[in-house]
Design a protein around this ligand. Sequence first.
Ligand SMILES: Cc1cc2nc3c(=O)[nH]c(=O)nc-3n(C[C@H](O)[C@H](O)[C@H](O)COP(=O)(O)OP(=O)(O)OC[C@H]3O[C@@H](n4cnc5c(N)ncnc54)[C@H](O)[C@@H]3O)c2cc1C
Length: 470
Amino acid sequence: MRRELLERAEKERSFDLVVIGGGITGAGIFRRAVASGLKALLVEQRDFAWGTSSRSGKMVHGGLRYIKQGQCKLTYHAVRERERLLKEYPELVSPLRFAIPVRRGEKLNRLLYKTGLTLYDLFAGRKSHTYVENSKSTIFGMRQDVEGFYTFHDAVTDDAALTLHTIKEGISLGGIAINYAKAVYWERSGKIKSVIVKEQETGKEIEFLTQTIVVAAGIWSDMWDASIPLRRLRGSHLIIEKKIPLEHAVALIHPHDKRPLYFMPWMGKLLLGTTDIDHFDNPNREPAIDRQEVEYLLEALNFWFPETEITSNDIISTYSGVRAVLFKGKRDPSKETRDHILKVYDDGIVVITGGKLTTFDYMAKKVVGILHRFLSVKKGILKKTAIAFTPPPEDPVEAILHAAREGLCLHLEDIMIRRTRLALPRKDKGFPALERAKPALIKILNWDEARWVKEIEAYQKTLKNYGLPL
Ligand SMILES: Cc1cc2nc3c(=O)[nH]c(=O)nc-3n(C[C@H](O)[C@H](O)[C@H](O)COP(=O)(O)OP(=O)(O)OC[C@H]3O[C@@H](n4cnc5c(N)ncnc54)[C@H](O)[C@@H]3O)c2cc1C
């Protein structure tokens, strides 16, 4: 499918819109733009969702903590979006029960949680929170001074799958999206602009003409618009052996800095996140967890679950994502606003970054509305979802082949890290399944032995960023 899309793009050359960036933000804009009648091309420098959109906390949520920070508007929109996505994407977005433990003597916290959760429910238009005494419901291994829990509902998704599905919807509606195609240069004077895109497999540069451009390049956005003071913040996660039989998510306050963390079941294991620190590395390098982050996360876990004793030996894998936030000079990274940054230029260029996975479609609607001001295209509307989501097969070999057959993967790591996720919850990183899948896989992808060896080596190298720091 990728080859056909590339050929079509080269043939058509001229578009109403070029979207730079194939994370959830670009994907949402692409889908809405195509549905609204625009001829749109999306280009992604690596794989779709390679950036932050496959490395998030996986929650479709309002963000309770933003209420505490006074960012009620952000929470309101996110809660409304959560409710809508639950209805529109039931196969991709599922309800997730949360418990917030309350320790003895935490009177103020209890009041704060109650107020926050009441507002949360008001925004959603339904009551989901309740308080449960610890004597009635306990969480295995949790500290003895927990006297009760607030429980409420949020939602969870597979961020990479949501991104890819959104892109596929845009394609099914007639749009063109190409991964491993990097925008390297633009010429933006005049009504018709040009974007030079380098196809990463061949190195070939192709010029596309367009009336409007959306830069949805996440932490790379300031490379296109230096006027945005971006702060890059890294959040890292641990995937841990399921030593605690957790059925739902738990919100945990870190004992040192009082930051909220979450701990939840994920793909048969437990997911703990996240840190929030400045990320000064080159954005083109895979982000990875450092030793202090591992210690920080384990410290919180062992504070709340002292009986279980979780150590680094229980960590199966790790992953880190980098957020783009507007630099407002706060000392504490967690105090910087998580709202999106939107810049609209008179010549039809729109730059959008930051925000949340949860609000991707809210941002998309806003941006597509703006784009129509620059174009004289008859506006169409997106009628619910365009195509049904097919979950990957449970059998790992079948899942690998299913991803390869879909025709958008170029490398082994696309299949193992973002499509099947076999790299993350399994100690064996999916290698035995890969060996079994190999004969059929190399046929589907048209690879010879030399390419296979190269792909395995590259996958092993990438995996180093998903493990413990050396
Ligand atoms: C640790 C962490 C946890 C989070 N948890 C949650 C959560 O639980 N719930 C929630 O709602 N939100 C969460 N977020 C926020 C959410 O993940 C991000 O807001 C969202 O993924 C950003 O998507 P994006 O498309 O803007 O950026 P990205 O996903 O980074 O996409 C940008 C893309 O642009 C591409 N690109 C860059 N330059 C070029 C170029 N020149 N040509 C072509 N392509 C280019 C990149 O390769 C990249 O794929 C979290 C964020 C972090 C960091």
